[in-house]
Design a protein around this ligand. Structure first.
Ligand SMILES: *Cc1c(COP(=O)(O)O)cnc(C)c1O
Length: 497
C-alpha cells in the first residue's frame, strides 16, 4: 500500500487502486508518504530514450506495475501519436530553453498525461479484478475534453462522455470535439456555461452514489481530472528529458541546477516538477506563473490562500482557475502532516481561504517563486518573443516566459531556465495573431491560415482540415437532462468491449 490520503494516513491504497478511485474516500488526494528513497537513479536515466526514462520514472512512482507491464502500456499510449519520438522536445529560445509539451495528438500539453492515464486505468482495472466497465465523465471548457477523448478512444473496458458549454468553446475546439472518432466516445453540448456543465457532472456523481443508480448495470463512473495520480505521474518524465537535453547540448554539466517556469492552473504540471526534484533531479527554483487569476502568486508571497476574489476570463483560459487542487499534495509532502492538511482543506471549503503556518510558508518559498501576467503583458510577450527570437509562443507559454524574465531580473543567482510550453499557438490563433500586432478576422480558421502564412510555422496536422472532417456528434441538451443522458449511454452496448 504505497499510497495514502493526504488527509488521513489510515486510508491507504495501492497505486492501481488509487488510479481507479481518483479521489480518496475522505476527499483527500492520494500521495506517497514521501518520494525520497524510491528505487530510482536519476543519473542513470539521463542517457536513456524517452520511453525508457518514462518506464523508470513510472515504475518508481507506481510500484505495483512491473517494468515489462509499464513498457507495454507506454508503447500503447505513445507510439506514433506524437510529432517526434522524443515526445517533448526542448528547444533554445534566446538564453532560455523551451520545453515543448504540445506535440501530441490534440496539440495540448494534456496529451502527455491523457494518452497514458487510460492505459494505466485499463491495466489497473485488470489488476484489481474489476469486471465493471468504466465510464469516464468530464466537463470541459475546451482543451481537456478533446485530449481525454483522444486518450480513451477505443481503450477496452472504458468509455467517455464529455460535456461542454453550448456556444462556449472556440470554433477550433468545437470542430475538434464534434469530429472525434472512437466507438466508446460521446460528446454532448449543454445549454449553459462551463460552470453549469461542471456542476452537472458533480451532481451526477453524487446522485449515482447516493441513490445507487448504477447497481447491477456492470458500469461504474470515474473521472480523468488532474487529481488522479495516474495523470500526474506521466508528467514527471519530461522534467528529466529537459534536463538531459540541456546536458546533451552542453548548456549544463550533470549535477548543475536548472530552474523551471511553469504556466500554472490546477498545479499539476508544476507539482510534477517538484516530484522530479524529490526524486533527485537538480531542480533549483520552480517558477509558478499565473495569469490575472493570481491566487497562487499571492499565496506564495503571503502564505494565505484566498479564493474570495473576482474571476477573470483571460486569453490563457486553461489557467483561469481559483482553486488549484493539486496544491494539496504539495502541502502534504512538505509538512508530512495529514491532520494539518485536513484542517486547511476544511477551512477552504467553509470560508474559501486558509493560511499555512509560517515555517511551512518559508519552506515552500525556498523552492517556489510566484509571478503573474495579465492579458496585456501576455500579448506584449508574444510579440517580443517572436520579434527577438523568431519563436511563436501560445498565450500560456507567453505568461510563463514573462514571469521567467521577471524572476531572472529579481534573482541574479538564478540557474539556466527552462520554460514549459503547454499549447500550440494554433490552439489560440486569435490572441496570438493580435500579440503579433495584427487585427484578427472573425473566422478563427482564417486566422490560423494568416498566422501560418506570416510566420511559416506549420499548422499541426490534427488542426488542419478540421472543417472538412465528418461531424459525428451533434447532441445538445438542457443541463437538467445530463443525468438521464448519462444513464441512457450507460445502458447502450456499443461502447462495451
Ligand atoms: C491545463 C493547462 C495548463 C495548466 O496546467 P495545470 O497542471 O493545471 O497547472 C496550462 N496551460 C495549458 C495550455 C493547459 O491546458
Amino acid at each position: 500500500m504505497d499510497y495514502r490520503s493526504t488527509r488521513n494516513e489510515n486510508l491507504r491504497a495501492t497505486a492501481a487502486e488509487a488510479i481507479l478511485q481518483g479521489l480518496a474516500p475522505d476527499g483527500g488526494l492520494y500521495s506517497m508518504d514521501s518520494l525520497r528513497g524510491l528505487d530510482f537513479d536519476w543519473r542513470a536515466v539521463l542517457d536513456c530514450d524517452t520511453l525508457t526514462t518514462a518506464r523508470e520514472v513510472l515504475t518508481a512512482l507506481l510500484p505495483d506495475f512491473s517494468r515489462e507491464e509499464m513498457e507495454a502500456l507506454l508503447h500503447d499510449a505513445y507510439d506514433g501519436k506524437f510529432e517526434t519520438d522524443e515526445l517533448t522536445p526542448t528547444v533554445e529560445v534566446g538564453e532560455d530553453a523551451v520545453l515543448e509539451l504540445f506535440r501530441g495528438p490534440t496539440s495540448a500539453f494534456k496529451d502527455v498525461a491523457l494518452r497514458m492515464l487510460p492505459q494505466l486505468m485499463r491495466r489497473a482495472r485488470e489488476k484489481c479484478g474489476v469486471e465493471d466497465q468504466i465510464m469516464i465523465l468530464t466537463a470541459t471548457s475546451g482543451d481537456t475534453g478533446k485530449a481525454a477523448m483522444e486518450g480513451f478512444r477505443d481503450v477496452p473496458g472504458t468509455g467517455i462522455i464529455v460535456f461542454y458549454p453550448h456556444g462556449g468553446v472556440s470554433a477550433v475546439q468545437q470542430a475538434q470535439m464534434a469530429t472525434q472518432e472512437g466507438y466508446n466516445v460521446y460528446v454532448c453540448a449543454v445549454e449553459g456555461n462551463f460552470d453549469d456543465a461542471q456542476t452537472g457532472v458533480k451532481n451526477i456523481f453524487a446522485a449515482v452514489e447516493e441513490q445507487n443508480l448504477l447497481a447491477g448495470s456492470g458500469v461504474r463512473l470515474s473521472s480523468a481530472n488532474s487529481i488522479n495520480i495516474g495523470r500526474l505521474a506521466p508528467q514527471v518524465v519530461y522534467y528529466f528529458r529537459a534536463y538531459a537535453a540541456l546536458v546533451k547540448s552542453g548548456k549544463i554539466a550533470v549535477g548543475d541546477k536548472v530552474d523551471f517556469a511553469v504556466p500554472t492552473g490546477n498545479f499539476g504540471d508544476i507539482l510534477a516538477g517538484y516530484f522530479a526534484r524529490e526524486m533527485g533531479l537538480p531542480v533549483g527554483r520552480l517558477i509558478c506563473a499565473s495569469n490575472a487569476n493570481n491566487v497562487l502568486t499571492d499565496f506564495l508571497a503571503t502564505g494565505r490562500y484566498d479564493r474570495n476574489r473576482p474571476f477573470y476570463k483571460t486569453v490563457s483560459p486553461s489557467m483561469d482557475i481559483l482553486v488549484s487542487s493539486n496544491l494539496e499534495r504539495l502541502l502534504f509532502l512538505m509538512s508530512g502532516d495529514g491532520a494539518l492538511v485536513a484542517k486547511l482543506m476544511a477551512e477552504l471549503k467553509e470560508t474559501g481561504a486558509y493560511e499555512v503556518p509560517a515555517a511551512l510558508k518559508e519552506k515552500i518559498a525556498a523552492i517556489f517563486w510566484g509571478g503573474c501576467c495579465d492579458d496585456e503583458k501576455t500579448a506584449e510577450a508574444i510579440g517580443k518573443i517572436y520579434a527577438d527570437h523568431g519563436y511563436l509562443a501560445d498565450t500560456h507559454t507567453a505568461v510563463a516566459w514573462h514571469v521567467a524574465q521577471e524572476y531572472k531580473a529579481a534573482c541574479p543567482d538564478h540557474n539556466p531556465v527552462v520554460i514549459l510550453s503547454t499549447a500550440s499557438p494554433y490552439k489560440f490563433p486569435v490572441a496570438v495573431w493580435e500579440g503579433l500586432g495584427k487585427a484578427a478576422q472573425e473566422d478563427e480558421f482564417a486566422v490560423m491560415d494568416d498566422l501560418c502564412r506570416a510566420t511559416g510555422v506549420p499548422i499541426p496536422k490534427n488542426l488542419q482540415g478540421l472543417q472538412e472532417k465528418e461531424v459525428r456528434h451533434r447532441d445538445v441538451i438542457k443541463k437538467e437532462d445530463m443525468l438521464s443522458y448519462v444513464l441512457g449511454k450507460v445502458k447502450e452496448d456499443a461502447w462495451k468491449k
